[in-house]
Design a protein around this ligand. Structure first.
Ligand code: NDP
Length: 324
């Protein structure tokens, strides 16, 4: 079987497509024939070696995949069944989705939701799933379309694009923050009603004019600090990313004077029931047009090249990897 293998040589990460024996797959109750995978920001960090994502080499990266059950010792899954997987440390500390097959724990698999297929599920992938979790977090905090405008940062990326499309479909007025002018047409097509430059988010005071009822932040650092300072009284920020850095140079002012909520969002360890709920919501709320607008399809061999592009902020939307 073909697999993208990451190896380490003199402290550098090397990525190459290799032919390996199925017997080398790790232990697990379910073996899946993979049809589609995708590249997320975390995959890009792992494949390029930019971030310390992987500790044990050799490793097959790919934090998500969709395919058909090849063999199963888990009574919940039968041969031929369509399944998908995101997170759980797969592609980080357990061989992942950028390969013809994966062998995993049955608890990590999600039966393919009705109305979804493998290709669409991987256009969504971890990034889109996380965007849905962020939207659900805003809903849980009482942010409604009539509450006011919602801002999405890192808007042209995988999480950001999906969040813009979902929020627009749900009736929210969406402002998009992007560092690139080349993305503006794309963001308008997804449903952003206005676009703000990332440069405007470089400096902040502890409290600024109140603008946002809700926010989905994929960037962190100064951008998140500015968003917090601009939240309406009682607003909520769903923070899931660190594309701009992991620091958070802020004060307690938005929290203690404006009742602002900062809600963290993690997609890796999301419990099964919340996962199923999020995938059902994606089937229902993500417009069909999103799948054509936001996907760039590549081959397994192109994964290292596109991983470098993601790290260098040269990709918009989602990168879909055709495996079979
Ligand atoms: P992408 O690379 O697809 O998108 C990231 C976007 O962030 C870019 O398109 C760009 O948007 C913006 N950006 C890039 N570099 C910078 C920078 N230096 N400063 C400010 N903005 C920048 O990544 P994903 O959408 O896949 O992931 C986004 C973030 O969310 C990542 O940090 C990722 O690790 C995190 N994440 C977290 C998850 C969780 O479970 N909590 C799950 C999935 C992702 P633009 O060009 O429009 O400005």
């Amino acid at each position: 079987m073909q697999a993208l293998i990451l190896e380490q040589q003199e402290g550098k990460t090397l990525a190459s497509v290799q032919s390996i024996e199925e017997s080398r797959l790790p232990e697990g109750a379910v073996t899946v024939d993979i049809d589609w995978s995708s590249l997320n920001y975390k995959d890009a960090l792992a494949i390029t070696g930019t971030g310390k994502i992987i500790r044990n080499f050799p490793m097959v990266p790919g934090i998500d995949f969709a395919g058909r059950v090849h063999a199963s010792e888990d009574p919940r899954f039968h041969v031929g069944q369509q399944v998908l997987l995101t997170g759980w440390g797969v592609g980080e500390n357990h061989w992942g989705g950028l390969a013809a097959q994966a062998r995993v724990n049955g608890d990590w698999l999600v039966p393919m939701p009705k109305g979804m297929d493998g290709r669409k599920a991987m256009i969504v992938g971890t990034a889109g799933f996380t965007a849905m979790l962020c939207v659900m977090a805003l809903e849980d905090a009482g942010v409604r379309p009539e509450s006011g405008e919602v801002v999405v940062t890192g808007a042209s990326g995988g999480v950001g694009s999906t969040a813009v499309a979902l929020l627009h479909k749900l009736g929210y007025k969406v402002a998009a923050v992007s560092g690139r002018e080349s993305t503006h047409d794309y963001l308008r097509q997804l449903g952003a009603s206005r676009i703000l430059s990332r440069d405007e988010f470089a400096e902040t005071r502890p409290l600024e004019k109140q603008i946002w009822a809700g926010a989905v932040d994929t960037v962190g650092d100064k951008v998140l600090a500015k968003v917090l300072a601009q939240m309406n009284y009682g607003g909520c920020v769903a923070a899931c990313g660190l594309a701009g850095g992991f620091a958070l140079p802020t004060t307690v002012m938005p929290f203690i004077l404006r009742n602002v909520r900062l809600q963290g969002v993690d997609s890796v360890m999301t419990p099964a029931a919340r996962r199923a709920q999020a995938w059902e919501r994606l089937v229902q709320d993500l417009p069909q047009s999103f799948y054509a607008q936001s996907a760039t399809q590549i081959s397994l061999e192109q994964a290292p090249e596109f991983a470098a592009k993601i790290v260098n902020n040269q990709i918009q939307g989602r990168t879909l990897v055709k495996i079979a």
